[in-house]
Design a protein around this ligand. Sequence first.
Ligand code: 3H9
Length: 702
Amino acid sequence: MKGTVHYEARGDIALMTIDNPPVNPLSGGVRQGLSDGITNALADDNIKAIVLTGAGRAFIAGADISEFGGANQGPSLHDCLNAMDASAKPIIAAINGTAFGGGLEVALCCHYRVISPSAQVGLPEVKLGLLPGAGGTQRLPRLVGAEKALDFMLTGDGIPGPAAHELGIVDEVADGDIVEAGISYANKIIAQGSPVRCIRNEDTLLIPDRERPEIFENARKQSARRMRKRFAPEMIIQCVEAAVNLGDFDAGMKVEADNFGQCLKHPQREALIHMFFSEREVAKIPDVPKDTPTQEIKQAGVIGCGTMGGGISMNFLNVGIPVTVLEVDQEALDRGTGVIKRNYDIQVQRGRMSAEEVDQRMALLTGTTSFDDLGEADVIIEAIYENIDVKVETFKKMEAVAKPGAILASNTSGLDIDKMADATSRPESVIGLHFFSPANVMKLLEVVRGAKTSKETIASSMKLGKTLNKIAALSGNAPGFIGNRMLGGYTRQAGEIILQGATPYQVDNAILQFGMPMGPFQMNDLVGLDLGWRARKLSGMKPEDVPITARVADKLCEMERFGQKTNRGFYVYPEGSRAGQADPEVVAIVEETSAELGISRREIGDDEVLKRCLYPLINEGAKLLEQGIAIRPCDIDIVYINGYGFPEVTGGPMFWADKQGLDNILADIKKFQEEYGGDIWEPAPLLEKLVAEGKDFASLQG
Ligand code: 3H9
């Protein structure tokens, strides 16, 4: 069994140290050790109190997530906690590091808690589709009241020691050696000789909450807004309602156990735990060893201060890394840095940042119009417009000024990294760092390795992603990389479906119901319909050569309906609103376009809309895997969830595909191939192979 608990008598105190590296989850061996240790301490008359702490950087990271869904060995956590609850000898948690989930619940079962200022406590179960199932939903409301407990459990965010003390979760914040602090707290309790404090027996804070049903109404409203379509929040709210209204601890624990069981069985739980492990897996690059030397990034350079360059710069400023940002002239520079300042000011207005913090961040920003000023940067990222020739020229200028070893990066969303690398004499330092718009908000960083990119440059870039609080996923260098290459089929299908009979609003609604934050036509309106239209005009494309899926958008552009920026696109946006309204004029244009193309319209069900939009993602994803552009299915899941709004509760497109059954998906793809043809519906050989072998994408994870 994994993990252990070291037991040591220090005078009349039993010190129990949980040891299950790296973060001490409550695996079978830990539960066994806890159970044995408590039994020993209670049986030993020389022992007057117990101090419980963690080895290494964590107290306890919670239940062992890898055990969910499998057969567990060792005693149950509840048996250990019941033994602790029943102990007449005081138990003190000396919280040395992270106490999350079941870890905090163990601490809440102790009679007293002391904490290091840097240690964090949290109940993040909701993020895994679970609820605190080891008494947390019953003990925390007794300790801090229902409202604060709900907020804590529904956000799932960790808080540091001093904040935990202020909230009333811990009794003392102790600087210095936390084990010594725990022992001295134990000695104080022994000296006082007072009975132990058992949270399960307290109800002072619960009684007034019985008269405040609005606590639960508000929690429901907030979680419907913040965690759309999530199953666990309602389960948590019901448990806290039970804690408040039933009054009896054991009756509340029964509700908690029932609801925990429901969460455990729910598909969202499996998907979210897949995401948890995928987020960690994606950082591991098979041919780049963990100990590969990395470049320390102390200074950054950004070329271009438009929407992307400005957002990228903010990422560095937010973590205290100075940035020199370059623009073509002073006017463009002033405009770009002005937007950065305005974005920060909005944060101040919303109470998310102080004016002082804005000043600190802006003080780290230097504007320039000369490449020479980028010479000190450890990484230079170009964020100019998408034209390979201009990018190649920019890389030549970057190389001329960059110091040896500096990372030379492109923020391109799909152009050839090798072409840029080959324009320099140091292709090993060249890499793609594809940020997603808005770059200061979106979590994903697609890192793109060229043919000659060195392992050091890859390792440094992945580490930089973490420093910038992004989730970095590595892609091979192929047009569109992972994300945009997959997106092609999705948007083209949406364009085709409206010509065959659906309205843009039906397509968007089906996608919204699936759980994406917006549909493809809402997305078009947000990005701007004019981008593609202008590019086609500039290239001199003849009207008859415009892809049929772009015909409606181009007609809208001819009417100056460019999307949100002109308050009219596929939708109409009342002045100052981003909530678009359906427009019969657009439906008429769509119908007219179908007629011009000789396409007879028919009723298309939402089920078909979904399959035709989502299955190209899966098919293309399989092609990316067999071509080695994506390393594992989970890398694709990470890219799609964090960069393209694929619903987290599905576990990402590839995990979701496994759940639909790859044989079902392949059969539909073949059907669509017969009906509509085109490369989108050419089944990926890997998909055919997996189906033939009765395997799924998960079998490729290794
Ligand atoms: C729960 O407690 C349910 C209870 O209410 C009810 C029970 C009845 N289990 O993140 P890192 C692994 S639900 C197993 O890179 P960091 C992780 O996969 C649980 N493994 O480190 C990684 O493995 P690898 C509620 C775990 O320092 C390694 O440890 N608890 C667990 O950046 C290092 O992780 C949570 O949701 C686990 N619980 O961050 C907390 N935790 O090296 C989840 C981590 O092979 N954990 N691993 O890739 C975290 O939030 C972060 O890991 C933590 C450390 C903040 C602790």
